[in-house]
Design a protein around this ligand. Structure first.
Ligand SMILES: [Zn+2]
Length: 336
């Protein structure tokens, strides 16, 4: 495997290594420099290889906080197998607190499996694909809503037609152990441009989580992320002795296609008429679009096309045509 990225971590070596992935970068002010991505391998003999990533998007902070804590606290003697930690998977985006990379404006979660000869974001994805996810037995990817989204704390697992039944079962078990209020079943096997979708396609039991929102980070959101992450790490066997507290019984849901989304019908200003977690009926008023540059126009009502539970919504009042205003989930039967 050729790769542009190089690292001071030997992924095959036992012991605790805290180091860096180096992505060569040659901008105007630095001919032969690198972009550093912190990483760690904590390996102790035989056992599962578990990869935990955060900051795939740079405005989502609970994952990086909890993973950095693991990097500081976990020693090789605590591990059975290998724990690989990527606290700032999209380090350039995290540095500036943005969803996408300021270097090439790519969304890391739309470029998998990556490209060694592509743009910087594609190169880091490819390194992780070839050198880290290639050895993973379990993958946990910690997200949040970011600066533009309010979202209920939740797990996302892929459960698509044609998947091996044992992989569906492993994903379902991960979601139940993760133990937050909502689990969303997704069926994006055809779209492996996300790191979690790619890992699932490769047969790796995988859970992605949404644990904060609004671009903030709070004691509550960090604690919930820490507790859920520790439960999964114990369940996999990689941290057999880590202390855990019981999680919630999760509610199984799905996003039922395009009609579960509400998009802005025009550029304008959206007056929201719903709240996170609310029960919604099909045809219910979602809000009013105001054209503040045309104050003589009556506001245009926007309606929900289907019913369900209000799972996520945009934050900003000033919206453009097509911008997401709300997402609904509907309950489904538990898979196990
Ligand atoms: Zn994200």
């Amino acid at each position: 495997m050729s790769t542009t990225v190089f690292s001071d971590i030997d992924w095959d070596q036992d012991g605790k290594q805290v180091g860096t992935l180096h992505l060569p970068h040659s901008p105007d002010d630095d001919a032969w420099g690198v972009i550093p991505f912190p990483a760690a391998s904590i390996k102790n003999g035989k056992g599962p290889v578990v990869v935990v990533s955060g900051a795939v998007h740079g405005d989502e902070y609970e994952g990086p906080v909890v993973i950095a804590e693991l990097m500081r606290q976990i020693q090789a003697s605590d591990v059975a197998g290998q724990l690989i930690l990527l606290p700032s998977f999209n380090a350039p985006a995290l540095k500036v607190g943005r969803r996408t990379s300021p270097i090439d404006h790519l969304n890391l979660n739309r470029v998998f499996p990556g490209d060694d000869h592509g743009l910087p974001t594609q190169q880091i994805a490819r390194y992780v694909t070839d050198h880290i996810l290639s050895r993973a037995d379990v993958y946990l990817d910690l997200h949040a809503g970011g600066r533009t989204l309010f979202i209920q704390p939740s797990a996302h697992v892929v459960m698509a037609d044609g998947m091996p039944p044992e992989l569906i079962k492993a994903n379902a078990r991960l979601a139940e152990v993760f133990g937050v209020g909502i689990t969303v079943q997704t069926s994006n096997m055809g779209d492996y441009r996300t790191s979690a979708g790619y890992a699932t396609l490769k047969g790796i039991p995988t859970l992605a989580a949404e644990m904060g929102m609004g671009g903030w980070v709070t004691g509550d959101s960090v604690r919930a992320t820490r507790e859920a992450t520790h439960r999964v790490l114990k369940h996999t066997g990689v941290l057999p002795h880590i202390a855990t507290v019981p999680g919630e019984k999760t509610r199984w849901t799905r996003i039922n296609g395009g009609k579960a989304y509400v998009f802005a019908p025009m550029d304008g200003y959206f007056e929201r008429r719903f709240a996170l977690g609310e029960h919604i009926e099909a045809g219910q008023l979602a809000g009013l679009m105001h054209a503040l540059n045309r104050p003589n126009l009556e506001p245009e009502p926007v309606y929900f096309q289907s019913g369900g539970t209000l799972y996520a919504h945009g934050l900003i009042g000033h919206v453009r045509a097509g911008q997401n205003l709300a997402v609904l989930v509907e309950d489904v039967a538990a898979p196990l």
